[in-house]
Design a binder for this molecule. Structure first.
Ligand code: SF4
Ligand code: SF4
Length: 192
């Protein structure tokens, strides 16, 4: 699918990489974080934020619908903190360059890889060995031209679909790993 033709006409240039002033965030898994550090040579404190979120943001996530990104994030909170990418003073992601392109595109966190889609899990049916992952639009951005014009249910190429399903599974695995190791990771790297 040609994301570029849509993203180049994005109503607010790459607005998925610009967090709303409130304190929207791009959550990042521990393994992705380690990969970014290794390949960019940047220390964790330069690109990671593990400060407390506002009460409002915590509430928004907790009250999001079952299976949403917000709900998944809420399950990863540690004392209202979650590991996320830092933002610049204009709320752009720290990795968005002056040409409004991602400077770590091949290393971008899974959520960026998944965006503007999300997924829901369907319970196993008789004879199936694992849960089904169904792709859906990410609910947060009704203006996103990619997802408005490309419904995963209708006109998605199979290769694209299976790629995104792999990313969804990775998000699930990463969140489990994160929940087990985040406290130790944050303490070891002086992020608290
Ligand atoms: S994915 Fe959507 S929100 Fe992000 S830049 Fe493209 S059109 Fe804009
Ligand atoms: S890591 Fe890249 S794709 Fe993700 S929000 Fe930042 S600039 Fe955008």
């Amino acid at each position: 699918m040609d994301y570029l033709s849509y993203c180049s006409k994005c109503p607010v240039l790459v607005h998925c990489c610009i967090n709303p002033p409130k304190d929207g965030f791009v959550a990042v898994g521990i393994k992705d974080t380690e990969k970014i550090k290794k390949e960019t040579g940047k220390p964790f404190h330069e690109f990671l934020d593990f400060s407390m979120l506002s009460d409002e943001m915590v509430k928004d996530c907790r009250e999001d619908f079952e299976g949403s990104e917000g709900k998944l994030r809420a399950s990863m909170f540690v004392d209202n903190r979650i590991l996320r990418l830092k933002v610049k003073s204009n709320n752009e992601c720290i990795f968005l360059d002056s040409e409004k392109k991602c400077s770590i595109y091949h290393l971008r966190p899974s959520i960026c890889n998944m965006y503007p889609y999300w997924y829901k899990k369907e319970k196993k049916k008789a004879g199936e060995t694992e849960e089904q992952i169904i792709l859906i639009r990410h609910d947060k951005d009704p203006e996103c031209a990619v997802s408005i014009n490309n419904s995963p249910a209708l006109n998605f190429p199979e290769s694209e679909k299976s790629n995104l399903i792999k990313v969804a599974k990775k998000i699930e695995e990463e969140s489990e790993y994160y929940k087990k190791h985040i406290k130790e990771f944050a303490e070891k790297n002086n992020l608290i």
